[in-house]
Design a binder for this molecule. Structure first.
Ligand code: MBD
Ligand code: FE
Length: 291
């Protein structure tokens, strides 16, 4: 018998993530109000005119009908109602913004942040274990490495933030019913800039499919998958913070990530842990000096 109650619970959780992501984003922008409020008029004129012209050109070129125009209008309204603007923008546009923002870097590659980062996760020692439930499902993973500057100097004051989804694809503080900081933590590097993170190997991930983004995906015949990924923010005083994600070879969606956020440099090389049932992974982060 199909367990429908489970499905319902899962989709209900997914819907709530959009509303939470929108609320979180608004809070963050309010804190950053003085920074984000200043946008040059000439630049707004230029960019907004270009977007509007691009859409008008497309309507003429591709002979968009009233039925299509009204479907778009209804869909845009629903994106807002479902709280899915953060999801939509981060999945389909953020990768280009990241490309522009990080083009100058010589250190580690960055990639998109996505909608589910929360700052201030619990601080752990250089070799601490991520907060998780007693019965947290997943394969144990030890993720070890060093944070260095582009010139090779180890950075003992480095801070490594990690967040990832649980085995069912849920992020704490977005999907309900999870401990506040589940699978989120901050590691402070040791005197050699090294860290050893104890967590779980993440599972392949589907973006929420029960809201407006899912409706678009279904209507267009796309899929909702992202490859299994670990999210990081790595920083050190005097160096540029890097936001990135790391991936696992062999994932069926490494080549068709719905969020276009995979890069060859971000592929891990895990090996079996000889002393247990889990995996060991090594990865070093290289930071650019602040400009
Ligand atoms: C995610 O977990 C994610 O990482 C991105 C980029 C978009 C949606 C959900
Ligand atoms: Fe993610």
């Amino acid at each position: 018998m199909t367990d429908l109650s489970f499905d319902t619970e899962v989709t209900a959780k997914a819907a709530e993530s959009g509303a939470n992501a929108s609320a979180r984003f608004r809070e963050r922008m309010e804190t950053a109000a003085t920074r984000s409020g200043v946008v040059d008029t000439a630049r707004v004129d230029y960019l907004a005119s270009k977007v509007i012209k691009g859409l008008n050109d497309l309507i003429i070129e591709d002979q968009v009908s009233y039925a299509e125009y009204n479907a778009l209008k209804a869909w845009l309204i629903k994106v807002g109602e479902d709280g899915e603007w953060p999801l939509f923008l981060d999945v389909w546009l953020e990768h280009s913004v990241e490309e522009v923002a990080n083009a100058h870097r010589e250190g580690s590659k960055g990639t998109i942040e996505g909608p589910y980062y929360i700052d201030g996760s619990p601080e752990l020692s250089w070799n601490g274990t991520i907060p998780m439930r007693d019965d947290e499902p997943g394969t144990p993973m030890v993720f070890a490495g060093q944070v260095r500057a582009v010139d090779g100097t180890p950075l003992p004051e480095a801070k490594i933030e990690l967040w990832h989804a649980d085995d069912l694809g849920f992020y704490s503080q977005f999907a309900p019913g999870l401990p506040e900081w589940n699978l989120r933590g901050t590691w402070m590097a040791n005197e050699d800039g090294r860290f050893e993170i104890h967590s779980l190997r993440p599972a392949p991930y589907q973006i929420p499919t029960d809201g407006a983004c899912g409706q678009l995906i279904a209507a267009a015949g796309w899929h909702a998958w992202r490859p299994a990924h670990l999210h990081f923010k790595v920083s050190a005083p005097g160096y540029e913070l890097i936001t990135t994600q790391l991936y696992f070879p062999g994932d069926p969606h490494n080549d068709d990530d719905i969020a276009s956020a995979v890069k060859p440099e971000l592929m891990l090389d895990p090996r079996d842990d000889p002393s247990g049932e889990g995996v060991l992974v090594d990865y070093d982060f290289v930071l650019d000096p602040r400009r």
